[in-house]
Design a protein around this ligand. Sequence first.
Ligand code: XLS
Ligand code: NI
Ligand code: NI
Length: 437
Amino acid sequence: MTTAFSAIPKIQYEGASSKNPLAFKHYNADELVAGKSMREHLRFAVVYWHTFRGTGSDPFGAGTMQRPWDDGSNSVRNAQQRARVAFEFIEKLGAPYYCWHDRDVAPEGKALAESNKNFDAVAKVLKEEQQRTGIKLLWGTANLFSHPRYVHGAGTSCNADVFAYAAAQIKKAMEVTHELGGEGYTFWGGREGYMTLLNTDMKRELEHLAKLLHLAVDYKKKIGFKGQFYIEPKPKEPTKHQYDSDAAACLNFLRESDLLPHFKLNLETNHATLAGHTMQHEIEVAGAAGALGSIDANTGDELLGWDTDQFPTNIYLTTYTMLSILKYGGLTTGGVNFDAKVRRESFAPVDLFHAHIGGMDAFARGLKIAAAIRQDGRLAEFTQQRYASWDTGIGAKIESGKATLKELETYILKKGEAAPNTSGRQEFLENLINEFV
Ligand code: XLS
Ligand code: NI
Ligand code: NI
């Protein structure tokens, strides 16, 4: 067996007083919180792309990551060896799931046939390792943005051959996801957008994108793949504008294209903030529409305006995230997927452990705090009370659809003025949250 991390023990829960950097202080997989184990609530997943393929390069400099198990070649053998190392890592960490893009796990060949063959050869190792460890595939996806052929997009490319290539890649990635027992499949439209409207037929591009997703829905049925489909919003980067710009835009697109019953949303924290929203806002938008699927857990930097994909360590962020997730019934098919990368300066293999342990502990704390706030009940009670005028009288009449404009006019003419408003008490509520953090 590979031992790329022989110096590192299996990560254990040691409790809040532990000073061991390679132990969980809060994530105790079997501990029950609000009737469910932390493992079941959080369904943590490790991403293959950042964690095992990230080089640490940026536009100003070359890669920095020290990955002694990787021979740096693009060979299938190296990819298979890397897959074994990946499972050694995930197993030691104790995450139940992982996620990949087709091209993260296996090298792209000279033509599609060779790429598919490479993919199968590595998928064989992934399957063996899944069986050996019990680690499961949360979702798979196809990388339809890195290769130069996707320069103008994939499903929204001006070039019909590129659409066909993307369709072929999705077909294969879905088959492999199915073969590996994947619980979902994600569509993130990396370059499904535009750089300038001067050369763009937006209506046509959106129709093509819908067409591609319909083809995927049809094929899913054909092969009997039961996993959940997700669409992952992001407003920009690498394009100036991405069509799936936020949760609301995705829902509108899915609804307009008759795709909504087949999809849920995979929401990413740093994408939410790039769109000018909070993660909690995005979860509420998806949750209210019954489309909350999964989350890509990371965070941006307040001072850097791009998708920095940092590991989440902010307890307020994880608390608000978990408050809204619990409110909508928790994660069922999806999970907390760390779509995050260690900083370029954190190049040692052990940094991968510190990063994931920190993210898992931050979410465990967020979960425990959110569950305690819900158990306490004052927050929910306050919000419920705030809308009390809708529970009886004129409010109940409006909600039930029985009031007309004329009636409402008569009602207010008689009353003269609306009943006095009550205070929103934002500061009181912020203090209440701080009682628990
Ligand atoms: C990039 C996206 C990507 C998706 C998967 O910003 O987050 O990593 O999650 O294609
Ligand atoms: Ni993501
Ligand atoms: Ni991202």
